[in-house]
Design a protein around this ligand. Structure first.
Ligand code: PLP
Length: 481
C-alpha cells in the first residue's frame, strides 16, 4: 500500500501556520498590479498541515537520486561531489539578496567576482575575454555561434551558411547551429576521432565554423587537434570548442592554445554546482581577442580601480540572458576555484582521468570496449556482444544498477556506439567505490547469462519501475492528472 499522496490528504482549510489577523489595513491588489495581470481565482494548491508537507518533501527526497546519496557515473554530465562550502558561500546574503538592478557603485564586490571569474576562466581556456551571461552549455553554444555570424558579417563575408559537427557530438551542438539559422553538416568519425579526410571534404568557403568536443564524447583526446584547427582556419571558418569535458584537461591543455576561437564552460559540470534536476546552471563563454567585440553586453569593466557595467560595444550580439546570468552558480564556481587553486585543478583532472581508465581496464573483459584507450575523463563501453548472446541490453543493465543504489550511466550515447554505456566516474570517487561498481557490473553480466528475465524486469526496488521512456519524452505530462 503506497503512502497517500499530498493531493489525497489535502483538505480545505488545513494550514501549516495560523497567524493572528494583521492590524494594518490590506491594500487592494488591484492598486498595485494592473488588473489584467491578476488571476481570477486563487490557484488550487493542496491544503495540508505542516507535518504532512514536511513528510511530502522528505518522501520526494527519498525517491530522488542524488550525488550525496550514491555513485552517479552519468557520462558526459560530470556528476562530481559538490563541496558544501560552495553552498554556504553562495547563500551569503551579500550575494544572494543583492537585487540585480543595484547600481554598480553599491555592487562592487559582485562586479569584482564577475570580472575575476571571467578572467580565471579565460586563463583556464587560453582565451582573452569571457562572459558569464549564458545560463547553460547549450546557451553558451548559441551565444558563440551567433558571435561567429556577427564576426563574418562584420567582414562582409555573408555567404557562409554551414557549420560542421562530428557525429559524436552532443545533440545541443547541431541544435545550436539550427537555432542560429545555419545548417549543420555532420561528418563521420573514424576510430572514434575526427576523420581528416571527411573534414577536408566538408570544409569550404560556405562554412562558418566547426564545433568540436575535445576530449570527445568517447572520452578520447583528438590527437590531430592542431591540424584540425589549422584546416578550419584555412577555410576561413571559426573553431568552436565545446568545453563540457574540461574536467579532463584543466591545467594540462588549453583550447586557446589548440587554436580555438571560442568555447563554453559548464560551471555546473566542471566547477561543482549541483545539477541533474534541471538547473540552474551556467555556460560562460570565452573567446579570443578578435571575437571580444561581439560578446554580450553589459560587460563588467574596471576603470581607475572602480568596477562598472559597460554597454558601449556597438558590435555586441546583445543580451543572451536577463541581467548577468545565473549569478549564484558563478559564486559557487568562484569558491570552487579559490579552494582548489591552480595545482588543485590539475589534480582534479589527473584523478578524473585515472578513475576513468581504471574502470575501463577493469571492465574491458566484462563488456565490449569498442574504442581502445587511453581515455580521458570517461570511457564508453558497449553491451553489444552481451545483447547478441543473452538479449540483455544496455538499458537492462542501466535499470539493474538502480537496484544497487547506483545511478545509471548514460546509455545509447554517443550515437555512434551501439548499446553504448558511457561511464564517467569523476575524481571525487574513491577506489573502494570504483571497485564496488566493478563488482556490481560483473554480477549483473553474470545474471544476464543465468537469469536474464530478472534483469528484464529490473529495477525491482525502485518506487517507479520501467516507464515508457519514448512517450515520456515526446508527450510529457507536466501536471498531476
Ligand atoms: C552537457 C553537455 C552539453 C550541454 O550543456 P548543458 O549545460 O546541459 O546545456 C554540450 N556538450 C556536451 C559534450 C555536454 O556533455
Amino acid at each position: 500500500m503506497p503512502q497517500p499522496t499530498l493531493l489525497s490528504i489535502a483538505q480545505t482549510g488545513k494550514r501549516c501556520t495560523r497567524l493572528p489577523a494583521g492590524d494594518v489595513p490590506e491594500r487592494d491588489l488591484a492598486d498595485l498590479v494592473p488588473v489584467h495581470h491578476l488571476r481570477e481565482a486563487s490557484p488550487r494548491l493542496p491544503e495540508v498541515s505542516e507535518p504532512e508537507i514536511a513528510r511530502h518533501y522528505a518522501l520526494l527526497a527519498r525517491d530522488t537520486f542524488n550525488i550525496d546519496r550514491g555513485f552517479y557515473p552519468l557520462g558526459s554530465c560530470t556528476m562530481k561531489y559538490n563541496p558544501k562550502v560552495n553552498e554556504r558561500i553562495a547563500a551569503m546574503p551579500g550575494w544572494a539578496l543583492l537585487h540585480p538592478d543595484t547600481p554598480a557603485p553599491h555592487a562592487q564586490g559582485t562586479l569584482r567576482l564577475i570580472r575575476e571569474l571571467e578572467g580565471w576562466l579565460a586563463e583556464l581556456g587560453g582565451m582573452d575575454a569571457a562572459t558569464l551571461q549564458p545560463p547553460a552549455g547549450a546557451a553558451g553554444e548559441f551565444c558563440c555561434v551567433r558571435m561567429f555570424r556577427a564576426y563574418h558579417d562584420s567582414r562582409g563575408d555573408e555567404r557562409r551558411t554551414r557549420i560542421i559537427v562530428p557525429d559524436s557530438a552532443h545533440g545541443t551542438n547541431p541544435a545550436s547551429v539550427t537555432r542560429c539559422a545555419y545548417t549543420a553538416t555532420t561528418i563521420r568519425s573514424s576510430g572514434g576521432r575526427v576523420d581528416l579526410g571527411e573534414l577536408g571534404r566538408a570544409l569550404g568557403d560556405d562554412v562558418a565554423g566547426v564545433m568540436l568536443t575535445n576530449p570527445n564524447t568517447l572520452g578520447l583526446f583528438e590527437t590531430d587537434i592542431l591540424q584540425i584547427v589549422q584546416m578550419v582556419h584555412a577555410a576561413g571558418a571559426m573553431a568552436y570548442y565545446d568545453g563540457a569535458n574540461m574536467n579532463a584537461i584543466m591545467g594540462y591543455a588549453r583550447p586557446g592554445d589548440m587554436g580555438f576561437d571560442a568555447m563554453h564552460f559548464n560551471l555546473h559540470k566542471t566547477f561543482a554546482t549541483p545539477h541533474g534536476g534541471g538547473g540552474p546552471g551556467a555556460g560562460p563563454v570565452a573567446v579570443k581577442e578578435h571575437l571580444a567585440p561581439f560578446l554580450p553586453v553589459p560587460r563588467a569593466v574596471e576603470r581607475d580601480g572602480a568596477l562598472d557595467w559597460d554597454w558601449d560595444y556597438p558590435q555586441s550580439i546583445g543580451r543572451v540572458h536577463s541581467y548577468h546570468g545565473n549569478f549564484l552558480v558563478a559564486v559557487r564556481a568562484y569558491a570552487y576555484l579559490l579552494t582548489h587553486g591552480a595545482e588543485g585543478l590539475r589534480r582534479v583532472s589527473e584523478a578524473a582521468v585515472l578513475n576513468a581508465n581504471y574502470l575501463a581496464e577493469a571492465l574491458k573483459d566484462t563488456l565490449d570496449l569498442p574504442h581502445a584507450g587511453p581515455f580521458m575523463h570517461e570511457c564508453v563501453l558497449s553491451a553489444q556482444s552481451l545483447a547478441s548472446e543473452t538479449g540483455i541490453r544496455a538499458l537492462d543493465i542501466a535499470k539493474a544498477l538502480i537496484d544497487y543504489g547506483v545511478h545509471a550511466p548514460t546509455v545509447y550515447f554517443p550515437l555512434i556506439v551501439k548499446e553504448a554505456i558511457m561511464v564517467e566516474p569523476t575524481e571525487t570517487e574513491s577506489k573502494a567505490t570504483l571497485d564496488w561498481f566493478i563488482a556490481i557490473v560483473r554480477e549483473i553480466v553474470e545474471q544476464a547469462r543465468s537469469d536474464p528475465q530478472l534483469l528484464r524486469e529490473a529495477p525491482h526496488h525502485a518506487s517507479v519501475r520501467r516507464v515508457d521512456e519514448a512517450t515520456a519524452a515526446r508527450h510529457p505530462k507536466l501536471t498531476w492528472g
